[in-house]
Design a binder for this molecule. Structure first.
Ligand code: GTP
Length: 368
C-alpha cells in the first residue's frame, strides 16, 4: 500500500524555526521529524511513499538522499509550484500512485496509532474514506468530528466555543482513501480535504471514522513541539535510530536529571540542565550546543549550535540553530528564537515572544 505524506505547508505557527527548517525536518530527540513518520508508515504496512511538497522541498529531499537504509523503499517527490492545499497536494501526487486505496498523512503528526487496523476497518466497510480520530483535552482549539454508532461521520465542527463542544474527537490527520476520492479532487487549484472533500463524502454517507486511543500529537505549535520532544525523550513514543543515540547523563549531578545529550556539546561546570514540571518537560540539546557556567536550561529545545551564555536562564522555550542567549538573559514562557539571532545580555523574553532569524537584540533593551 502506498502513502502520501503532506509536507508542503508553511508551518506558520512554528515560526521563526520554520523560516530555516521545514516542519518535516524539525528535530525531535535530534532526529528530523519525518524519520518518525516513515517508521510509523512502514510499521503500518506501507511499502512506498509520495512526498507532497511545496515549501522548502530541497532540504527534505537531501535528508532522504542521505538515508542509505531507505534505498530499497520507493520514495517519490511531487513538488507544487504554488500551494494546492491538503487535497490539492494529494491530487498533485496522483501520477506516482498505483490506483489502489492509499494512506494519506499530515507530515506533522507523531503517533503510535495502529495504522494497519485503520486500513483493515476501511477495507471491511463500503466507505470511500476512513478518517482516524483521536481525543484531545481542549477540543476548542481543533476541528471536531461527531460520529454515530456505526462510526459514520455525522458532523464537523470547526474550533467551537466551549459551550458548543459536543465531542472531544478530532481529526488526527491520518486517512485511508479509495482512488475514487483522488479522482474526484479538482485539478490545478487549491483544495482542502478537511473543508471540501470530507464534508461532501459525509453528506453522501461515505465517510467513516476509526477512533484511536493511542498516543497522538502534532508538532505544529511551540507548545506541542516541546511536548512531543518531552514524550520522545522520555521514551513514550518513537525509538531512537542508529546514529541518533545520545548520551544519557541521568547520573550526572551537574547536569540535573533526565537529560539526554547528543555529543558533541559543551556544558560548563555549575550549570543546570533539566526537567521542568510545567511547560516543556525534558530538555534536548542539539549538536554543537554550548551552555555556559551557571546557566539554567529547563524544559526546552536547543537546536544545533545554540549557545547559552553564563548565568542565562532558558525555560520552556525553543532556541533556534546557532542562536545565542547572552549572559544573564532570561528566555522563558514558550518563547522562540529564530536561527542565528542574538539576545543581548540581561534581556528578559517571556509570554511566547518570537525573535526572527538573524535579529540581534542589544543588551538590556527588551523586557516582556
Ligand atoms: P500552519 O501554517 O502553522 O498552520 O502549518 P501548516 O502549513 O503545516 O498547515 P497545517 O498544519 O494545517 O497542515 C497540515 C499538513 O498539511 C502539514 O503536514 C502541511 O505540511 C500540509 N500542507 C498544508 N498545506 C499544504 C499545501 O498547500 N500543499 C501540501 N502539499 N501540503 C500542505
Amino acid at each position: 500500500m502506498q502513502a502520501v505524506i503532506l509536507v508542503g505547508g508553511l508551518g506558520t505557527r512554528l515560526r521563526p524555526i520554520t523560516f530555516d527548517i521545514p516542519k518535516a525536518l524539525v528535530p525531535l530527540r535530534n532526529e528530523p521529524f519525518i524519520g518518525y513518520m516513515i517508521d510509523f508508515l512502514r510499521a503500518g504496512g506501507v511499502d512506498g511513499v509520495v512526498l507532497s511538497m511545496g515549501y522548502m522541498p530541497d532540504p527534505i529531499q537531501e535528508y532522504f538522499a542521505g538515508r542509505e537504509d531507505l534505498k530499497d523503499f520507493p520514495i517519490h517527490y511531487a513538488v507544487e509550484d504554488r500551494p494546492l492545499g491538503t487535497a490539492g497536494g494529494i491530487k498533485n501526487a496522483e501520477r506516482y500512485l498505483d490506483g489502489e486505496p492509499l494512506v494519506v498523512v499530515n507530515g506533522d503528526v507523531l503517533t503510535g496509532t495502529d495504522l494497519a487496523k485503520a486500513v483493515e476497518l476501511h477495507q471491511s466497510s463500503d466507505s470511500l474514506a476512513t478518517i482516524t480520530l483521536t481525543s484531545v483535552e481542549d477540543p476548542t482549539a481543533y476541528g471536531l468530528v461527531e460520529v454515530d454508532h456505526d462510526m459514520l461521520v455525522r458532523r464537523f465542527l470547526e474550533k467551537p466555543a466551549a459551550d458548543e463542544v459536543t465531542t472531544n474527537l478530532v481529526n488526527a490527520g491520518i486517512y485511508v482513501l479509495e482512488s475514487e476520492v483522488l479522482r474526484s479532487i479538482p485539478e490545478d487549484r487549491e483544495v482542502s480535504i478537511e473543508r471540501e472533500i470530507f464534508p461532501d463524502l459525509q453528506a453522501r454517507g461515505k465517510l467513516r471514522a476509526h477512533i484511536s486511543s493511542s498516543y497522538w500529537r502534532d508538532i505544529g505549535t511551540p507548545r506541542s513541539y516541546l511536548a512531543a520532544s518531552h514524550d520522545a525523550l522520555s521514551g513514550a513514543v518513537g525509538a531512537p535510530r542508529k546514529g541518533f543515540e545520545y548520551l544519557d547523563v541521568n547520573s550526572s549531578t551537574e547536569c540535573g536529571k533526565n537529560v539526554k545529550i547528543l555529543p558533541p556539546v559543551s556544558v560548563a561546570a555549575g550549570c543546570e540542565i533539566g526537567h521542568s514540571a510545567s511547560i516543556g518537560g525534558r530538555t534536548s540539546l542539539g549538536n554543537g550546543c554550548r551552555v555556559g557556567e551557571g546557566a539554567v536550561v529547563e524544559g526546552s529545545i536547543l537546536l544545533d549550535g545554540a549557545e547559552i551564555d553564563s548565568g542565562a536562564v532558558v525555560r520552556g522555550s525553543i532556541i533556534g540553530p546557532g542562536a545565542r542567549v547572552g549572559q544573564n538573559a532570561i528566555v522563558r514562557g514558550l518563547s522562540v528564537l529564530g536561527a542565528r539571532c542574538v539576545v543581548g545580555e540581561g534581556n528578559v523574553l517571556d509570554q511566547g515572544v518570537r525573535i526572527n532569524p538573524g535579529v540581534v537584540v542589544s543588551p538590556r533593551s527588551l523586557s516582556f
